[in-house]
Design a protein around this ligand. Structure first.
Ligand code: NAD
Length: 356
């Protein structure tokens, strides 16, 4: 049966990088991939056209689709808007409307890019880490929140970190399941020494562990985890953590691999339906210059093939094609090093299609 893919390019480099991932998916259609693409608005582009960063039509299209391919949202142009209609609200909104609570962020260092990392290659070579981040709860969504004026006239900003046991358990299960299919090691990251909410997180993860005897569970405070990620990242197999800690740690992990432009992500609901997007933002500083790296978005399409479309062989082909273009020495500016061939966004996409 034909699978429907909602394509939401968004802002900044979003349309450029999504176009390259679409090229790859279209190329696979010739080899039997049965998909239909529909296009929708999100972020600043949606605000400009409809007055909201997340139009109802986009939500409806995404709900009826089997998977969503997203570029990125945001940019200087919309920074002065009220927070309720800023592009980022569109992204947070769609994640929560679709109940995409599990964010999978792999950090894999392609051997060809070992020199692109700021860390010594012996520290990062062979890195293959999966960060599982809770995406629809925690401090980014907790109520009450806001900025209030105190009696003395001073302003006070406040947010709330809140997790129910059931929310912790469902993200924990996703992480344990993934660890089972990998090296069987799961590190749960919290700040249980200071935050009661994450003390509950730790207790709940420990309880879950009894259902997964083949997975070795460890716990780590987030400050130590940040340090360990740059000290000895290969000690980790799978990490699971809260929304905000995962946001920060996964960006840190991304730099271990040399470029934020290489890393895909998947956000899944309870039935495996997913939204697939690069982990980076809309990079307004390089938008429209045909210089963004499209590989993170192409690899996001590959995760879509693997996790939602159940086409692991096609996912392997895309990943092998990416590896092949790196072998050929093709590099966008963000991963360029001397002796390599510098290419633009569309040339990189074309090269991946050719390598398929
Ligand atoms: P960013 O990820 O957009 O950019 C950080 C740096 O990485 C920039 O120097 C950028 O040029 C570079 N970069 C990012 N993606 C790249 C790519 N594919 N190829 C080459 N270089 C790349 O983060 P930022 O600058 O903090 O945020 C810019 C805008 O993006 C903001 O409006 C922010 O809110 C938004 N944002 C959106 C998302 C999302 O849509 N998922 C995520 C993060 C930030």
């Amino acid at each position: 049966m034909t699978k429907k893919i909602a394509v939401l390019a968004g802002d900044g480099i979003g349309p450029e990088i999504v176009a390259e991932a679409v090229k790859v998916l279209q190329a696979l259609k010739k080899d039997g991939l049965d998909i239909e693409l529909e296009y929708g608005l999100i972020g600043g582009a949606a605000y400009d056209e409809t007055g909201t960063p997340l139009p109802d039509e986009t939500v409806a299209m995404s709900k009826s689709a089997d998977a969503i391919l997203l570029g990125a949202v945001g940019g200087y142009k919309w920074e002065s808007l009220d927070i309720s209609v800023r592009p980022e609200k569109g992204l947070l909104g769609i994640r929560s409307q679709l109940n995409l609570f599990a964010n999978l962020r792999p950090a894999i260092l392609y051997p060809q890019l070992a020199d692109a990392s700021t860390l010594k290659s012996e520290v990062v070579a062979g890195l293959d880490l999966m960060i599982v981040r809770e995406l629809t709860g925690g401090i980014y969504f907790g109520q009450p929140r806001g900025v209030r004026t105190l009696d003395n006239g001073e302003k006070e900003g406040f947010n709330t970190l809140v997790y129910r046991e059931s929310e912790i358990r469902r993200i924990g299960k996703v992480a344990f399941d993934i660890a089972q299919k990998r090296q069987g090691r799961l590190c749960s990251v919290d700040k249980a020494n200071v935050l009661e909410c994450t003390e509950l997180w730790r207790e709940t993860m420990t309880e879950l562990a009894s259902d997964y005897e083949d997975v070795e569970l460890s716990h780590m405070y987030v400050d130590n985890a940040a340090m360990q990620l740059v000290r000895a990242p290969k000690q980790f197999d799978v990490m699971v953590t809260t929304n905000m800690f995962g946001d920060i740690l996964s960006d840190c992990a991304s730099m271990l691999t040399g470029s934020i432009g290489m890393l895909p992500s998947a956000s899944l609901d309870e039935d495996g339906k997913g939204m697939y997007e690069p982990i980076h933002g809309s990079a307004p500083d390089i938008a429209g210059k045909n210089s963004a790296n499209p590989l993170a978005t192409i690899l996001s399409a590959s995760m879509m093939l693997r996790y939602t479309l159940d086409e692991p062989a096609l996912a392997d082909r895309v990943e092998n094609a990416v590896s092949k273009v790196l072998d050929q020495g093709l590099r966008t500016a963000d991963i360029y090093s001397e002796g390599m061939t510098k290419v633009g966004t569309s040339e990189m996409g074309d090269a991946v299609v050719a390598a398929l």
